[in-house]
Design a protein. Structure first.
Lengths: 593, 79
């Protein structure tokens, strides 16, 4: 991670040194995904684009941009110019602000007239979004909401009186939010929050509008672009998945090994104790959106558990998935946590009050974020504003994820009691549902597709709305798989998409969540795929492996399934399976098709 | 702050903004003399100069600047 781009960053430094930062980011790695982003502006967008590029590169996305002519956002959206059409964007960002509101209510307007104006303004935007969807189908649309007005003609009544600009903007923002809630692939870039957080009077300083037609101050652009880039990286599965937390002076005040459980500060008796209580409560809330909590602490294990059992603490030992409280170095513990969770070290955020520990971890793991969390009262603010866990879709599986990890730990414990692995698998009473895509699962299928890295043969990313199109297209055979066992339900954990060509089926996508590795679920999927393929007159399956930095585990996946290797290069391989005499392979999962 | 010091610090700012250590500005330097100094880079430059000298230009003075010497004049008055 590039230090200068880590929150809290120095906006002037980023603006000034953007050229050299960009060079360094591009030289650092070649492991980027490429995305095309069209920026349709209602005001100047130049610096917004060049700074957003830095933040995107920093999370592994290499963007190319289309930039509308100055102020032409609506015209571009409604009457798509050839250049935009040919650009064929993955993401369209509409950069409008309160400066772009056509008409505010007049003081003489009736309530009905203000309603009518509000609706007209909303429809103008809605028609632009609709036109873009019609033109580009499954494109991701990101739309700014509106910052509050720079001045208030009606003073405090500006918020309550329907003729007030504040009132008008608040109501319009609510309509935008409702639209976003009802439309997948449409996201709000919340500049209403951002400008308030930054300071509205500084954000909207008129100098920048009148000099350069910027709707926000130049210094605010890094925060703005960071926020925008956070939405994009979340959509493309680049969010963090887990926290590795230090204990002493991070989750409570004091050192539990020295001070004893009664000596540590947590709870409502002291102000510092309150600060740590609030932080624990925040972490508990983070875990409710599907982020796993883990401990990485230098402590005796029993002292760590005793500290976590403090009666005033919100977090209890069972809230954590992996607890590494020992005298190993923290970088090694971090690797162990990643290993046990089956995720990359780049998906973990390391939280420790001690700068030396942070430096030690990032020296061995430069891919791991270890933010400078400041003093205890700032922990929440800094972690939250770092946007590690930006939510774009919240699926039922996110909410249940920690439960699933806990069940996994129970399964691992049981595994040790069986001599034979097959016997163990049978003992799990596994039941799978493997079927063609169903509308209710599309969000989860898209989410899984966009964030699975390890067990993923082609790493093809498909947005939710593209997924909807695929689910209706006869040229594809699609399967999702759900797996449950006696410990609980894992939900949708695997997806296969094959494209038909006469009597051939090209497997464009095959991925599986790592939490169900080694359960023979892939065999059950192949059985179902062959069954579905045969029913449609397919004779041969073609599998493709495209190498990435993370998917080495499936390099020979098709080989182990009995496919014949047709060709192989450094970065890919191609496989074939004749399905005429195919015998089902899965013997341990009961499958419902 | 004497004028030499202003120009020394301006040189550093220009070098950062245009990512070119060889830039040396003088009283008469204008946008035409420096590769990449267009209206867009001008915005970054003004803001970087403000940050360097911890000053805030008002619109009138930015609009009136014709060369780096004019910029130094304003810095001299403000800083």
């Amino acid at each position: 991670m590039y230090k200068a781009l880590q929150y809290p960053f120095d906006p002037q430094m980023i603006l000034k040194k953007r050229r050299s930062i960009k060079k360094e980011l591009l030289a650092g790695t070649n492991n980027f995904i490429d995305k095309k982003i069209a920026v349709l502006g209602g005001s100047t967008t130049h610096d917004i684009i060049s700074i957003a590029e830095l933040f995107l590169l920093n999370c592994g996305i290499r963007p190319t941009f289309y930039e509308s002519e100055f102020g032409q956002w609506w015209q571009d959206a409604m009457f798509c110019p050839q250049e935009l059409y040919e650009f064929s964007p993955d993401v369209i960002f509409i950069h409008t602000s309160s400066r772009n509101i056509t008409k505010f209510p007049a003081i003489s307007d009736s309530d009905e007239q203000t309603d009518k104006l509000l609706n007209e303004e909303f429809v103008r935007f809605e028609s632009a979004w609709q036109a873009l969807k019609n033109k580009f189908g499954s494109v991701i649309i990101i739309q700014n909401n509106f910052e509050l007005p720079y001045f208030r003609l009606l003073g405090n009544s500006d918020a309550s009186n329907r003729r007030g600009h504040t009132n008008f903007i608040n109501r319009l923002n609510m309509k935008f939010a409702d639209y976003a809630a009802a439309n997948s692939g449409f996201y709000i870039n919340d500049i209403n929050y951002l400008s308030a957080d930054y300071g509205l009077s500084r954000w909207s300083a008129p100098f920048y509008w009148h000099m350069y037609k910027y709707c926000l101050a130049l210094d605010a652009i890094p925060e703005f672009s960071f926020n925008l880039a956070s939405i994009i990286k979340s959509v493309y599965g680049k969010n963090k998945k887990a926290l590795a937390l230090d204990l002493d002076n991070t989750l409570w005040g004091g050192v539990v090994g020295d001070d004893g459980v009664e000596g540590i500060e947590i709870g409502h008796e002291t102000s510092m104790g309150q600060v740590y209580s609030e932080f624990q409560k925040y972490l508990k809330d983070i875990s409710s959106i599907g982020i796993t909590l883990n401990v990485n602490s230098k402590n005796e294990h029993e002292n760590a558990i005793a500290g976590l059992n403090h009666p005033e603490g919100t977090l209890k030992p069972e809230d954590f998935i992996v607890i590494k409280a020992n005298w190993e170095s923290k970088d090694r513990n971090l690797s162990a946590i990643a290993g046990e969770l089956n995720i990359g070290t780049d998906s973990i955020v390391f939280v420790d009050d001690n700068p030396a520990e942070r430096a030690m971890v990032t020296a061995s793991h430069p891919e791991t974020e270890a933010p400078d969390i400041g003093s205890p009262e700032d922990y929440i603010g800094i972690l939250d504003r770092s946007r590690f866990f930006e939510v774009t879709e919240l699926t039922g599986d996110d909410v249940k994820r920690n439960e699933m990890y806990r069940q996994n730990a129970a399964r691992a414990a049981e595994q040790t009691q069986f001599a034979d692995y097959g016997e163990y698998l049978l003992s799990l009473d596994m039941k799978a549902v493997i079927r063609d895509f169903e509308p209710v699962y599309i969000p989860r299928i898209a989410q899984l597709t966009n964030k699975s890295n390890q067990f993923n043969l082609t790493t093809l990313r498909i947005s939710e709305s593209e997924m909807e199109n695929i689910s209706k297209d006869d040229k594809y055979i699609r399967l999702y798989g759900k797996l449950s066992d006696k410990y609980g339900d894992n939900g949708v954990i695997t997806v296969v998409i094959g494209e038909k060509e006469n009597d051939k089926l090209h497997i464009r996508l095959w991925l599986m969540s790592c939490r169900v590795l080694k359960r023979d679920m892939e065999l059950a999927m192949l059985d179902s795929l062959v069954g579905a393929a045969k029913a449609q007159g397919i004779k041969k399956l073609y599998g493709y492996y495209y190498k990435t930095a993370k998917n080495a585990m499936v390099k020979d996946f098709y080989g182990t399934l009995g496919f014949k290797k047709l060709s192989e290069t450094e970065s890919s391989s191609e496989w074939e399976l004749d399905i005429s005499g195919y015998q089902n392979k899965n013997k341990v999962i009961e499958v419902e098709n | 702050m004497d004028r030499n010091e202003i120009f020394e610090r301006l040189n550093d700012v220009f070098a950062d903004v245009f990512d070119d250590d060889t830039i040396t500005v003088s009283e008469d330097t204008t946008a035409a003399d420096i590769d990449g100094w267009d209206s867009l880079m001008h915005i970054t430059l003004i803001s970087a100069v403000e940050d360097e000298f911890d000053i805030k230009f008002d619109m009138k003075s930015v609009v009136a600047m014709k060369n780096v010497g004019d910029m130094a004049d304003v810095i001299e008055q403000e800083a």
